[in-house]
Ligand binder design. Structure first.
Ligand SMILES: Cc1cc2nc3c(=O)[nH]c(=O)nc-3n(C[C@H](O)[C@H](O)[C@H](O)COP(=O)(O)O)c2cc1C
Length: 227
């Protein structure tokens, strides 16, 4: 049986190099329309999305790169919008986090001690990995912690919706480092918490960074059936 929803889900992965090829306007609109169909507690629909392209995308990239002076090898920020990760990592999450990082550097042939290239790769986040479309997802900080669930589903609809259009994506918490710059450029109110950025476009299938395939735990590792 063909199952296009399952196929879209199974073919989604984070792509970190995109082609210099525009995303058709109607495809982008369908993705956003699909995102807005996400469920949310009491149908609050608490999300906002800012789409950046062209000159505005370029300006934000330039400002972020100018601000990210020196070596940047981690996503830690001095001005966090929210705590995405625990202060003390523990297994199995620590191992998975390391495997993802090492896997990316390995795909790119970057040695563990090569801080310069690691930093350069990290900074590629702020070029949206060359994607033609960037997005910033925000929601009111007056909402409660449960809103993260709603916004997470909205984000996933964008990532899966992109697959339906033959596009790929990458979620980017890295952009939260520069929420101040983004806020200023796009006129986003202080009330809005920046959840993440997203890069969207056509995958560069020749790029070594796009050969990364992270390991996913099998269903039985995190499912308990109670009959
Ligand atoms: C909310 C969110 C934020 C993320 N932030 C970043 C980021 O800043 N930079 C990056 O390269 N990847 C980022 N990722 C991608 C994850 O590293 C990736 O989803 C994870 O390694 C699993 O790989 P997969 O997406 O290919 O399944 C983010 C993913 C999510 C869902």
């Amino acid at each position: 049986m063909s199952n296009p929803v399952h196929d879209a889900i199974m073919s989604r992965r984070s792509v970190r190099k995109f082609l210099d090829k525009d995303v058709p306007e109607d495809a982008l609109r369908r993705i956003l329309q699909g995102a807005g169909m996400a469920p949310s507690g009491h149908n609050t629909q608490p999300w906002q999305v800012h789409v950046v392209r062209g000159a505005m995308k370029q300006r934000i990239t330039e400002k972020a790169l100018a601000s990210a002076s020196g070596e940047v090898t981690s996503l830690k920020t001095s001005d966090p919008e929210f705590e995405y990760y625990p202060t003390e990592w523990f297994e199995p999450y620590l191992g998975r986090r390391r495997a993802t990082g090492f896997g990316l550097y390995e795909a790119l042939g970057i040695g563990r001690e090569d801080k310069q290239r690691r930093s350069d790769q990290m900074l590629r986040n702020f070029k949206f990995f060359d994607a033609p479309v960037g997005m910033f997802i925000t929601f009111s900080r007056r909402m409660a912690v449960g809103t993260f669930m709603d916004v997470g589903m909205f984000i996933e609809n964008i990532l899966i919706g992109a697959r339906g259009e033959g596009l790929h994506s990458c979620g980017q918490v890295a952009w939260c480092n520069f929420h101040g710059i983004i806020r200023e450029e796009l006129g986003i109110d202080d009330d809005q918490l920046m959840a993440c950025g997203i890069s969207l476009g056509f995958e560069d299938t020749d790029a070594p960074e796009n050969t990364l395939r992270v390991e996913k735990a099998p269903v039985d590792e995190w499912t308990t059936f109670h009959d």
